[in-house]
Design a protein around this ligand. Structure first.
Ligand code: PLP
Length: 407
């Protein structure tokens, strides 16, 4: 019988969301009629901006006419979108990124998961704890780790984000080749300053390492002194790949559009000691394994950069950030320590007791569902994550209930 890739068997089924669902089910059965509010979810709630919808409708109509019909598009994305992204997201902020360095895709999840294919299996990989699970699981699938021992895979270097370091990990004490960073962070909501990112870029240059910088939440940064892109940091073009997404900033979680920046200055060595362009390798992979994002979706994404699109997406971000402020204020008034919620849509709270004990308390006493931090890695234990992605009504109601339950 044909054999499977045994590395998949090292992955434990993700019990986190199944466990949450079971506890919520038990609660609703025991408390019929009592409304549960879910403040754990990382999906957006507000509808697509009008500018994006109008552009998508117009693009669909173009496809309906012989003269304007389009078939297969360029896998890397249409020039109109790549150019708009390069200009508005990077060049306008003084970061040197060219349109041909942008690879449009259907998600930062896929790209952060697929990028490791470019690298050898015996490299040393550093991954944050707590973590967006895709980074770990895709390296496990690729055979870069040993077994899972108490929530940590043998062979990975873990970058601990704790109250002690303000949830921004220190540089590793051992040499690593590939470094995953995520700011603003999911799950902690922590951000990194230019000085902190500069230290990572300098480290990567010294070690000839590559940084994979996940900036899926950069649109939520409110403090103008904080970098949105790693390419605002001198030297980053030689050591960093960046992942971005329209999912959270423009409500595209169901529409699907994102992009990855692979600068042409980025090189890694091959097995014979030669230098290989990562831009060329990613282009090869992308054009071989990906068909491109559909034309109407790319038109909808490009509409984000029209004056109306900018106004509407900024209003979306302001809406979620006001939710975040309301949650953060309530949590702080109760005397709980938290980070996030100021430059990120997540609020990471130090729990009274274990993650799951605090989860149960919020559920049973307030009817609120949060995400237990322990589900994101051992350093998440003793924390919970609340999300600002919800309606204002739900956030106000949730906060009232939390205030009376925990007061
Ligand atoms: N990166 C992080 C840190 C995320 O939290 C998410 C989604 O929740 C993604 C990437 C995935 O984004 P996309 O919807 O573009 O696949």
């Amino acid at each position: 019988m044909i054999q499977i890739n045994d590395h998949f068997l090292k992955l434990r089924a993700s019990y986190l969301f199944a466990d949450i669902a079971r506890r919520v089910n038990d609660f609703t059965e025991a408390n019929p009629g009592k409304e549960v509010i879910r403040l754990g979810i990382g999906d957006v709630t507000e509808p697509l901006p009008q500018a994006c919808r109008d552009a998508m409708h117009a693009a669909v109509d173009e496809l309906g006419e012989r003269e304007t019909f389009r078939g297969y598009g360029p896998e890397q994305g249409y020039p109109f979108l790549r150019e708009a992204i390069a200009r508005h997201e990077f060049q306008a902020r003084g970061a040197e990124v060219r349109a041909d360095e942008i690879f449009v895709s259907d998600g930062a999840k896929c790209d952060t998961g697929n990028i490791q294919e470019l690298f050898a299996t015996d490299i040393r990989v550093a991954i944050p704890d707590p973590v967006y699970p895709v980074y770990v699981d895709t390296n496990v699938m690729a055979g870069r780790t040993g077994p899972d021992r108490d929530g940590r895979f043998e062979g990975l270097v873990y970058l601990e984000a704790t109250p002690g370091n303000g949830y921004v990990p220190e540089l590793p004490s051992e040499a690593v080749d590939l470094i995953y960073l995520c700011f603003p962070n999911n799950p902690t909501g922590a951000t990194a300053t230019a000085k902190q990112l500069q230290a990572w870029v300098d480290y990567a240059r010294e070690q000839s390492a590559i940084i994979l910088f996940d900036a899926a939440y950069c649109a939520f940064i409110q403090n103008d002194d904080l970098p949105r892109s790693i390419y605002e940091i001198p030297g980053a073009r030689e050591v960093a790949i960046e992942f971005r997404s329209f999912s959270k900033s423009a409500g595209f979680t169901g529409t699907r559009c994102a992009w990855t920046v692979v600068p042409s200055d980025l090189y890694a060595s091959d097995g014979r000691g030669g230098r290989q362009s990562l831009h060329a390798l990613w282009n090869r992979r992308h054009t071989t394994k990906f068909n491109g994002v559909s034309y109407p979706v790319q038109r909808a994404a490009a509409a984000v950069y029209t004056p109306e699109g900018q106004e509407q997406t900024q209003a979306l971000v302001r809406f979620y950030m006001e939710n975040a402020r309301i949650i953060r204020d309530a949590v702080s008034d109760l005397g709980l320590s938290c980070v996030g919620g100021d430059n990120a849509p997540y609020i990471w709270i130090q729990a009274e007791g274990s993650s799951w004990d605090f989860f149960d308390r919020l559920l049973n006493e307030a009817g609120i569902v949060c995400t237990p931090g322990a589900g994101f890695g051992p350093c998440g234990e003793g924390h919970i994550r609340l999300s600002a992605f919800n309606s204002r009504d739900n956030v106000n109601k949730a906060v009232q209930r939390i205030r009376s339950a925990l007061a």
